[in-house]
Design a protein around this ligand. Sequence first.
Ligand code: GLA
Length: 360
Amino acid sequence: MKKIITSFFISTTVLLAQPTLKEAYKEYFPVGAALSYINYKYYPDEIYEHFNSGVHENALKWESVQEEEGKFNFKRARSIVDFAKSKGVDKFRGHALLWHYQVPDWVFVDDNGNKASLEKVKERLTTHIETVMTEFKGDIYAWDVVNEAISDKPGEQYRNKNDVKRDASGWRQAVKSDQEFEELLAHAFKVAKKVDPNAVLFYNDYSLTVPSKREKTIKMVKRLKELGAPIDGVGEQGHFTIPEFNKEELEKSIKMFTDLGVQFQITELDVSFYAFNDQNRTYKEPTKEMLNKQAQVYKDIFELGRKYKGKVTGITMWGMADDHTWLKDFPVFGRKNWPLLFDEEYKPKVALEEIIEFKN
Ligand code: GLA
């Protein structure tokens, strides 16, 4: 009798076990996470098994693969892709080809130390895209061809050439007008499509749920299409916050972008405990109340992903677990934050359990 009861419990447990995240969403879209070269090997299989898509946190950015002109180094980027694949992460996103940040200064300077001509900059961009995409052809299915070109400032379309360091765009400084800038972006998309006609090509940015920035981005997507750019998708990075997340605006963005005939992904998802401009250090540890609020934000996002099945084609987390997140140093250095789906001890958080357990 005892034996029968035991086996009943075992089989019930097996039957009731929650599916992994990737299993729960297999009919909808791939679920991914960013992998850092610092710790991608530390994560247990119990975390890897939830994801079927990956992206490099930093290892594929320009400064990582071509720090010096013509000297490409793919060692780190390659090892992450191969390792992830061995853990069942069989899809990968490529991040990012044209971005104003984490790109070396030499790209915008000529041999005499002067500002490089547009022709020179364009030639370097072409070589970079061709070399990087060729290296990962077949391994990477989607690329952030352009990242963060749109300006956050009212009345300004593209990130301005007059800004200083972090916000300046060497790309925007290399051209004379918005029109020339758009042509440069369109060129990047055309080169990318030529290298890998099967790749899905994205424009990627943050705050695309903010109406003013969304409008500017829609205008840009239309312009790029007019210029013949093969743009396939728009990625909202998804650096959301518990206090500010707005489900209605996210839904509007999904509708408005996909109405343009492009797909929509959330590409760098994390959900901060703090509003963007909050510089306080309110939380010493994640309270139950905050974790539940965070779970609600995650539920809203994944619910929209399911509702727009076929249009939302991926959700990617910006990290594996709360032990490693850029939000520990941004915007307040050394402040704790718990934005991801696994905690610092690699245990599943309530948010993970709730997005897996959906009814519709
Ligand atoms: C942006 C970039 C990412 C990353 C994050 C912060 O969203 O697209 O590559 O740098 O900022 O970690």
